[in-house]
Ligand binder design. Sequence first.
Ligand code: MSP
Length: 504
Amino acid sequence: MADSRAFYATTPIYYVNAKPHLGHAYTTIIGDALCRWHRLLGDDVHFLTGTDEHGLKIQQAADAAGMAPLAFADSIAPLFADAWARLNISNDDFIRTTETRHRLGVQKLLQACYDNGDIELDTYRGLYCVACEAYFTEDDLVEGNCPIHKKPVEQVEEENYFFRLSRYGDRLLKWYAEHPGAIVPDYRMNEVIGFIKQGLLDFSISRTSFSWGIPLPWDDEHVTYVWFDALANYITAVGYGTDDEQFARHWPVDFHMIGKDIIRFHCVYWPAMLMSAGIEPPKGWAVGGWLLVGGEKMSKTTGNVVNPLDLIDDIGVDGFRYYVLAETPYGADGDFTYEGLIGRYNSDLANNLGNLLSRVATVVGKKCGGFGPRPRPDSALAAAAADALAETTARWNEVQPSRALEATWQLIRATNAHLETNEPWKAEPGPDLDAVMGDALEALRIVAILASPAVPDTAQAVWERIGMPGAVADQRLPHAAAWGGYPGGTSVVKGDPLFPRRQL
Ligand code: MSP
C-alpha cells in the first residue's frame, strides 16, 4: 500500500489483574471505530491493543491467586483477546509485555536513555500506591489516602535509577507550543501544559524490592518500573528493537487513545522518554473521560464492575457499540445506565435505522417487484447526503464519535421524513413511486458506509439487503458516498428486523 497514508492508533494496554470490564471496552471500542473510519478513508491502518503484565500489582494478584506471575498473566490475557473478538474489535496486533519482542525493545529504549545520561542512580523516599503503580506527594493525598483508589499509600525507600524528567520541561513546552492540536479534546492540553509548568520531578524507573519485570540491561539487580515498561509497548509492538523497517513505517503514532487518568504518563513522561532516546514524540493523543457506573469509576475495589459481554448477550454487539459511541461526547465523563442503553437502542437503532430499512424493503417488495429503482440525480436527499458525509468526516477528524454518528443519523432522519412526505406505501406503482424509493435506497447505501465504523455487522446487513455486492468495509471515501452510487435493479430483501424493539 505504498500510496496510502499510514495511520497508527493504540489503546492503553490493560492490567491483567482484572477481567475486561465496561471501562476497558469503552476505550477499545472508540479506538476501533476510529480505525475503521480511517480504513474507509483508504489509510493503511495499524490498530494496537494488548496487556500490561509486569510490576508489583500483577505479582501481588498472582500471589493471591497462588500462581506464578507468568502463568497468572497467561490465564487472563486471553480473556481480553476474546472479549475484543466478540466486540468485533479490528486490532491488527495484540501485544503482551511478557513477550520477547517487548523485552528487547524496552531494553533498547532504556539503554538509549541511559547512554544519553538521562538515567542515574539515586535514593528515593516516597508514598506509593500499588494500585496506581505510582508515587504521590503529601499534597496529592485525599484524607491521607490515594486520590484515585482512596486506599492507604505506603512509605517506600529504595535505591532506584531515575529518569531525569526535570530536564525536559522546557523541551516539552516548546514541543507542545509547536504542536497545538496534538491533544484532543483541546481542553486537555491546558491540563498538560499546567502540569509541566508546575515543574517536573525526576521519576524512578527501576525497582529492587521484587523481581517481576524486565531487568535493566546494565544492572540486573533492578527490574524496570512498570510504567516505563508499559509505555514502551507502543514502539516495541511496531518493531522498535527488533524490526527497524516496520518501526519506520508506523512511527510516530497518530493517536494514543487513553483515559484521562493516565494523561500524565502519556503526555509528559512518554514524550520525554522518547526525546531522550532520540525518537519522535507521538503525533496525537485522544483523551477520553470515564464511563462511570452509579457515578463511580468502575473498579474491582469499588465492586461496581459491569461485564460488557453480559450486555452484548442482551442487546447485541452493535447495540452495545452504538451506545458506547453515541451516548457521551468524547472527553466528558458518562454514566452508564441500563435505561440509557435500551433508550438509545430503541430510538436510534430500532426506530430510526431499523425502521427505515424495513419500510424501504417492504414498499420495494410490494410495489417495485422486489427490485430497487434507481435514484434521481437531483433528489432533495442528495444535499442531505452530501452534508452528512462532510459533517461525519469532520467530526471523526476531531475524534468526536457521538457527533459523527449524530451527523450520519441526520441522513437517516431526512430519509424517513422523505418517505413520510411522499407516503409511498399509499402511492400507485409507477415512475413517481420508483423515484422516491430509488432515492431512499441510495440514502440507505450511503448510511451503511458512514455508519459502518460504529456498527460494522449492521452496516454489512443493510448493504446486503439492498443488494449491494461485496463488503461495505471495502468502500472508500469520499467517492463511495457520492450521490448516485446505487445502480438500481438489485434485489432488495426485507429479512428479520435488524433491531427488534426492546422493553426495559
Ligand atoms: N496498564 C495501564 C495502562 C498502561 S498504557 C501504557 C492501566 N491499565 S488499566 O487496565 O487499569 O486501565 C487502562 C485504561 O482503561 C484506563 O487508563 C482508562 O483509559 C480505561 N478505563 C478503565 N476504566 C475506565 C472507565 N470506567 N471508563 C473509561 N475508561 C476507563 O491503566
